[in-house]
Design a protein around this ligand. Structure first.
Ligand code: FCB
Length: 485
C-alpha cells in the first residue's frame, strides 16, 4: 500500500498552465526618439518640458532609448525566460496629428518589436493608451478651435480611429490588447490635481475626461472587434483602489464609499454594468451636469463586453473623514503633492498609510489588497483577470562589481505573487502577472529618481544590468511559481 503523507506539498506554489509570466513598460517611459520617424509631441513631452512639472527637469527625450535598443531589450527578456511582455503604443508616433492616416514609419517600429518578441517566443500584449495623448488633440497648433484633450468628447472618437489603425497594422501579431492604462490617472491626475500631463486642475473637466475615457474605451473595443480576428482578447487596465475605512465609524465608512465611487465604480459600473452609480452622480452633481455629459447610447458603447480585466496594484488605500481625522492623515494620497484634489466630489477625505513598511515611493507594502481586489472583481464580474502591473521602487545601489543587489524588490514581488496564488486558490481566473517594470525608466512626475526596474539602467551610458531581482524572477518562471513564503 502506498501511503501519501498529507503534509507533502510541492516546494513552490504552482500557477495554472499557460500563466503569462510577464513584465510591463510604457512608451513614453522607455522609448526616447521623440522626434524620429515623424513622431510629434505628446502631452507628456510638453509637460515634462514645462519647468517645475517633473523632478530635476527630467524628460522622456532619450528615456532609456528603447526605440533604438529594443532588440537588446527583447534579448534580456528572453534570457530571463519571460513568456509575455506588455508594452504601450505611442499614439503620436503612429498617428502624428491624432487624426487621419497612420504613419507607416511609426507602425514599423511596433511591427519590428512584435516580430522580435514572437521570434523569441514572447507573447506581445499591446496597450493602446498609456497617457501620451498627441499634443494636437489637447491644443491644436493651427490655432483653430481648441481640441481640449479628454474633457472634449471628440477625443473619444479620435481614440477609436487610432485603435483601428493600430489593430489593422498589428492584428496579425498581437493577440492580447488593452485599451486604456489607468484612466483614473489620465482623468484625475491629468485634469484634477494636475500632477500629470496636461496639468490642468478643474474638477469638472476631470469628470468630463473620465466619461470620455470610458466612451473612448467602449468605442475602441468596437473598433478592435471589427479589425481583429475573433481570437483576439480585449482588456482594460484599471488601478482599482483597495479602499479601506480607517475605522467603522459612519463618517469613515462614508469616506470609503466616496473613494470607491470616484476611484473604482466610475470605471467598473459603466464598463461592466452599463450605468453610472447613483451615489457617484449625487456626490459630483454640483460639479458637472451628467445629463448633458452622457449622451443616449454612450453606456451601451462603454459596456461592450471585454475578455479580460487588467488590474494594476501597488498598495491599499486607507481613508477617513477629514473633518475629525487624527494625526497621520495625509492631504494627498501618494499620487504627488498638489493644492488641487484628484478626487472630485470627495476632496474632504483624508488618506492614511496602511502601515509603515513603505517603498521608495512612500507606498505601504500590503499584498492582501491585491488578493482582495482580484477576488472581488472575480466575484462581481466573473471575468478572467490579469495583474497588468505590480512592482516596487527602492533605492538601488550599484556595487563596485557592477551588480545591483535588490532583495527588497524580490521580496515585494514574492509576497505579491503569493497574493495572486491566494486569489487563484480562492477561485479567481488569473491569467498572467506583468511585473512593473522590466527596466528602470522615466517615472512620470518623479523623473528618473524612482527606479522600478528589475533591470538596472545606467542613465549616462544606457547600459542595462539585470538586478538580482531579475535573476530571482527568472527562477520563479523556470519552476512555474514562487517558493512558498
Ligand atoms: C502606474 C503606471 C506606470 C508606472 C507605475 C509605477 O500607475 O501605470 O506607468 O508609473 O505606476
Amino acid at each position: 500500500m502506498t501511503v501519501v503523507s498529507p503534509d507533502i506539498r510541492s516546494a513552490h506554489r504552482p500557477f495554472p498552465p499557460g500563466f503569462a509570466w510577464g513584465a510591463a513598460t510604457a512608451a513614453y517611459q522607455i522609448e526616447g526618439a521623440i522626434a524620429e520617424g515623424g513622431r510629434t509631441p505628446s502631452i507628456w513631452d510638453t509637460f515634462s518640458h514645462t519647468p517645475g512639472k517633473v523632478a530635476n527637469g527630467d524628460t522622456g527625450d532619450t528615456a532609456v532609448d528603447h526605440f533604438h535598443r529594443f532588440r537588446e531589450d527583447v534579448r534580456i527578456m528572453a534570457d530571463l525566460g519571460l513568456t509575455a511582455y506588455r508594452f504601450s503604443v505611442s499614439w503620436p508616433r503612429v498617428q502624428p496629428t491624432g487624426r487621419g492616416p497612420a504613419s507607416e514609419r511609426g507602425l514599423d517600429f511596433y511591427r519590428a518589436l512584435t516580430d522580435e518578441l514572437l521570434a523569441h517566443g514572447i507573447t506581445p500584449v499591446a496597450t493602446l493608451y498609456h497617457w501620451d495623448l498627441p499634443q494636437e488633440l489637447e491644443t491644436p497648433s493651427n490655432g483653430g478651435s481648441a481640441a481640449g484633450g479628454w474633457p472634449a468628447r471628440d477625443t473619444a472618437y479620435h481614440f477609436a480611429e487610432y485603435a483601428a489603425l493600430v489593430a489593422e497594422a498589428l492584428g496579425d501579431r498581437v493577440g492580447i490588447w488593452t485599451t486604456l492604462n489607468e484612466p483614473w490617472c489620465s482623468a484625475f491626475l491629468g485634469y484634477g490635481s494636475g500632477v500629470h500631463a496636461p496639468g490642468r486642475t478643474d474638477p469638472a473637466d476631470a469628470l468630463r475626461a473620465a466619461h470620455h475615457l470610458n466612451l473612448g474605451h467602449g468605442l475602441a473595443v468596437g473598433a478592435l472587434r471589427a479589425a481583429l480576428p475573433a481570437s483576439a482578447q480585449i482588456a482594460v487596465s484599471l488601478n482599482l483602489h483597495a479602499v479601506r475605512p480607517l475605522s467603522d465609524r459612519p463618517q469613515d465608512l462614508e469616506a470609503a464609499r466616496r473613494i470607491d465611487a470616484v476611484g473604482n465604480r466610475i470605471w467598473t459600473s459603466p464598463m461592466f454594468k452599463g450605468r453610472y452609480d447613483e451615489d457617484l452622480l449625487r456626490d459630483t452633481a454640483h460639479l458637472v451636469d451628467w445629463d448633458a455629459l452622457v449622451h443616449g447610447g454612450d453606456l451601451a458603447e462603454i459596456s461592450r463586453p471585454i475578455d479580460l480585466l487588467g488590474l494594476n496594484y501597488y498598495n491599499p488605500t486607507v481613508v477617513s473623514s477629514a473633518t475629525d481625522a487624527d494625526g497621520g492623515a495625509l492631504r494627498n494620497d501618494g499620487h504627488g503633492a498638489s493644492a488641487h484634489s484628484p478626487w472630485p466630489g470627495a476632496d474632504d477625505v483624508a488618506f492614511h498609510l496602511a502601515n509603515d513598511d513603505v517603498t521608495a515611493m512612500g507606498w505601504p507594502i500590503d499584498p492582501t489588497g491585491l488578493s482582495e481586489t482580484l477576488l472581488a472583481m472575480h466575484r462581481e464580474f466573473g471575468l478572467p483577470l490579469m495583474v497588468s502591473e505590480n512592482g516596487a521602487s527602492f533605492e538601488d545601489t550599484v556595487s563596485p562589481d557592477g551588480t545591483v543587489h535588490d532583495p527588497e524588490r524580490a521580496a515585494y514581488i514574492h509576497r505579491h505573487l503569493g497574493a495572486v496564488a491566494d486569489a487563484i486558490d480562492g477561485g479567481a481566473d488569473v491569467r498572467g502577472y506583468y511585473l512593473w517594470s522590466l527596466l528602470d525608466n522615466f517615472e512620470w512626475a518623479y523623473g528618473y529618481e524612482k527606479r522600478f526596474g528589475i533591470v538596472h539602467v545606467d542613465y549616462d551610458t544606457l547600459v542595462r544590468t539585470p538586478k538580482t531581482s531579475a535573476h530571482w524572477y527568472s527562477g520563479v518562471i523556470r519552476q512555474g511559481g514562487p517558493d512558498r513564503a
